[in-house]
Each structure stands twice: as C-alpha cells, then as structure tokens.
Write a protein that binds this ligand. Sequence first.
Ligand code: R5P
Length: 290
Amino acid sequence: MILFSTRTMQYIAKNINTNHGSCIVKNFSDGELYVHINNEIKGKDVWLLASTQPPAENMLELFFMLDALNRAGASKINLIISYFAYARQLHAMQGESSSAQVICNILKNFPISKLFIFLPHDGTELHNFLPYTDILDIEFFCEKAVLYDAIAAPDKGAHIFAQKIADFCNKEIVFLSKKRPEQEEVEILSLEGSVNNKKVLLIDDIISTGRTMIEAAEFLKKNGAKTISAAAIHGVFSPGSHERLEKSIIEKIYVTNTIFQEAHKKIVVSDIGPLISKIINNHINKEEIL
Ligand code: R5P
C-alpha cells in the first residue's frame, strides 16, 4: 500500500510509518490547481489523507487527487477525511444550497473503496447521502473526561455522541439546548441535569467562533458549576475566536489536530496521527485475514 496526503495533512502523514507516495500539487499563475502523482501505482492499493479546512481550495485539491489516483490505475483508493467541511450545511431552506449534499454527490463519483470521516457534523443524517465509517475518537474524549465530574452537551446536535462518550467513560451527563438568534450568535435556553459544585467538561464536535462553548459555560456557571472546560474534535477557530475564548471563563480547551493546530494559551492539542495509523493497519490486517 502507498500513502498519499493532501497538503493540509502532510504534518500527520509524515509521522506515519509506511510507504509514502509522492505527488506534485501546485498552482498556476492564474490560480488553477495542478496535481500529478509521481509514483507508479497501477494495480496498487492507496490511502489518501485529507483535511478540507479551509474548504475552497482544499476541497478541490481532494477531488483532483482522487481523480489523479484513479486515472493512474490505483486498484483500491481508501480515503480518510479528518475534517469534512460543509457538513454544517446539509439541511437547506427554500432558496439555499445544500452544500454538504453537493460535496457528497461529487465524492460519490470517485471509486472510493472505503471512506472514513472523523466525526462529521450531522453524522447521522450525512450517512443518508454518503457511505462512510464514522471515527469518533473516544480515547481523546475519555482521557479528558476522567478529570471532570460531569460531561455537558451544549446543544441538541451533541446529545447523542456526548451520551455515547459519557456511557463509555462512566460519567454523568447533562444536556443543554441552544438557539441561534442570528447566524453565528448563540443563546442557551435550558439545562437538563444538575451541575452544582461540579467540574464540568463541555463536549462538542466543532469549535468555530467559540460562542457555543462560551455561552454554554456561562449558563453552567450560573447554574452552580465549579469549573468548566471544553473539548471538541475539530478546532476550526474562526478569526477572533482565540481572543474570545481566552477572555472567557472556560479553563481549558482540548482539541485534536484534524485541522492543523498549535497549542495556544489555554488550548491543548491532541495528535490524531496514532489513531490514523491504527485505522490503516487494522484495515490492512483485516483484509489479509479475509
Ligand atoms: C453546530 O451546531 C456545532 O455542533 C457546533 O456547536 C458549532 O459549530 C460551534 O460553532 P461556534 O463555535 O461558532 O459556536
């Protein structure tokens, strides 16, 4: 097998101990992308690692890499997407684009043997549009959860997976609900469960503006929580979020590097590289047994 990666995942790929493929990805002066696979891969199994944040150029790079690998004759293409951008735009209102469905439809045109995605937003629904295997990095959450008395899901979207993690780590769970009065604004509406005098860990899939975590933390504090920290798989950290989170009452913020990340003041980063190696090795070993 040969491992390739988009430019956004080279920091993970370089630490994976395997046969690495080489490719050229560059821009022409007009901005168009050019992709060329340098290896002879005809009849070979390949793995591709991709992260699609920021989405515009990186999504195209992913599509062009898939096309180039296919045209170069790879016998099997397995794809791991660490961050699936656009997943938050799956449900479209009248007049809007369902951007997530557009991306799913494009991906379905490629002969992908196996697709793994790290906890995509709206995962249960996304399965209706794209066949993939969900990677919920339980170890990442549980390693942090042991340090806290209770886990909190900041909104309805996080209820199912936060519950899964709470069950797995044997922790108490509380549920919050939120609304968005405006795009990227957050208001927490209710709390189910008790946080009085507890150290609470908020769990979500994504931190983008940081407002969901910040408003949820304020709400928990008002309801008696002793301390509040936050954990999310994907640290999107849109502009202004680092400063906002820094000023907030949240003590520690744990994220993984599904998107390139460096530790930043209260932000602690966990590496997904070992989990990716494990997924690839397990898959290869399983195929060998069959
Ligand atoms: C969406 O509802 C997600 O699960 C997250 O809660 C959301 O994307 C976080 O965004 P932000 O940090 O901008 O509040």
